[in-house]
Design a protein around this ligand. Sequence first.
Ligand code: GLA
Length: 705
Amino acid sequence: MPIHTLDNNYWVLETDHTAYALGVNTAGALVHAYWGERLPAPTDYPAAPDAIFHASFTGAGHMWPEEYAGLTGLKYVEPALSVSFADGVRDLVLQVVGGAVAGDTLVVTLRDAHYPLRVELHYRAYAAHDLIERWAVVHNDGAPITLERVFSAQWQMPIGRSYRLSYLSGRWIDEFQLHRQPLSPGVFVRESRRITSSHHASPWFALDDHASETHGEVWFGALAWSGNWKLAAEVTDFGRTRVSLGLNDWDFAWRLGAGERFTTPACLGGYTRDGFGAASRRLHAYVRDNVLPHGRRPHKVLYNSWEATTFSVDVESQSKLAELAAEMGAELFVMDDGWFQGRTSDDAGLGDWWPDPKKFPDGLTPLISRVNALGMDFGLWLEPEMVNPNSDLYRAHPDWVIHFATRARTESRNQLILNLARVDVQDYLITAIDALLSDHNITFIKWDMNRNVSEPGWPGAGDRQREIWVRYVEGLYRVWGTLRERHPNVVWQSCSGGGGRADLGILRLADQVWVSDNTDALSRLQIQHGYSQMLPADTMEAWVTDINAGRISLDFRFHVAMQGVLGVGGNLLHWSPAERAKAARFVAQYKEIRPIVQHGEVYRLIGPNDGSPYVVTQYVGEDRREAVIFAFRRIGGGADAMLDGYHAIDPSQPAAIQLQGLDPAARYKITGQGAVRSGLAWMRAGLTIALGHQESKILRVRQVA
Ligand code: GLA
């Protein structure tokens, strides 16, 4: 039984190695008691904390580590929930009704002291993954109220320690940059106001006080939501640290009528004593087992024609590329932008999702048949949420876009956003894309979204205008979810100009993410490092392209991309026969190691920010019999640059690299290392990998009998 109830007012959720405890304190508040290593007995956990009186300026409620704070009283911390009642009262007094356990889920119900408002806090324990999933359901049984903030969870840290927050931030072509920053008194906010989860910040966090990649306590979490979100990391003046995470309350308001309820997105949280690496691996396993629609199904090596042909697509240009892609060993050929009605550049066509008769007079079938005859699956690019004013769809339905009636509609990349909060818009998209998928043998869709919101109006929605932030995303989930149900074998990729929508919400629909439009291999090392903090390699689509091909070798570019789901996006027509032959060898090698990379466990042995010119990552297969090491050396500065060609005496040679995750007693052989040694030896004595400037290597690690 993973959940224990003590005295009807204290609960312990246990996972294989961790525990999370909460209870009712003497003042009747639901407070957090413990989050850490699992202890031997349910009675080992500390009592629900009370508060000592401080001064007339601050109430006890300010001091409590509340599980889900309402906005009320002498309490000035970040609330989880704030509402405005029908009579204008904006004070929320939540009292505990009780808790109920069903299987792996605990539900604690709170009720307002006066109004018929109930809040159910849901906690689900994922025992094997050592994770807790939390969400809240707000029920209104009285006159209509307005929800002004409704977070998914507040995560309380052990009191009195100084924490560091790890988070991901970035921008287009520079996503998933990892930052670690000490928290000090006040509130540090990361958020999205862009209607997608965004390139700029990711709904993920990790907190530690002195952890490393391999050691130390880390508390971490992620929100399953693909729209506006907010993370508030708060340190109080009384030594409490908490992270609140949920829907962004910026410009948000939700009318909750009598008898209605509101369910927040789920927020996941976990604890480990084994550093940031273990935290990532827990999330990865959870995503593979519980989030991804196709679970651990292997992903195919794709070729995408975008960088080769951009908008100039037709049967001939694509067939030529498809032949070369097939020779190289690609298993999936994806035609990107440019194929649909009126699409000759980025200023027309979005919304009209049928093949352009000028480019494809006989439709897409001749090309798809050609691709299939070459032994490859066929995939297609779509940008369903968007419309160009220069399109039949917009001419027919100018009111379908997000806009304010009296304001200019700001275009970006010449496009506007369809208002997916509207059911008629959702239905149009379902019908159009369903027809495309029903009429063609298409097994892969790259779902793009190339701008962020402006003028977030929804004329016709009356006093529900500000619900657009949530209803848009729910509409998107409905469209995508319906298409998934109707076409269960299609593999979907989430792209938003690269990694603008990568989160645990979209991965219930998408099987993978186009991580960045930046395909420079050196930049990718950094981007992939950040991405791997949160999401697993089998969701990380990575292409080899021609970007900076003059200064980064094909080997290096392949090695970088082989750390995720390998794709090729370079212009094969410009590759020499020797390059194409080499590419074919890499694709064949990737297919051999694919199960280890896509479904193994990742160990970041040397990260790009560790002060070394080396970046080394290890993937260990599920049964630990095999591993793959990817080692890169970037160009260093100073002495490093002077020593070009003399790396044998280069002072920045890596220290012995200690492998991880092997079976300590088993014996392993490693490419290029003569000796057969125990797993423990490779993990403690390690090995050195000598590389010249901007060289890279793949080393296979295999158990020997
Ligand atoms: C976005 C994507 C690219 C490509 C173009 C097509 O920028 O991220 O990969 O699909 O759109 O217009």
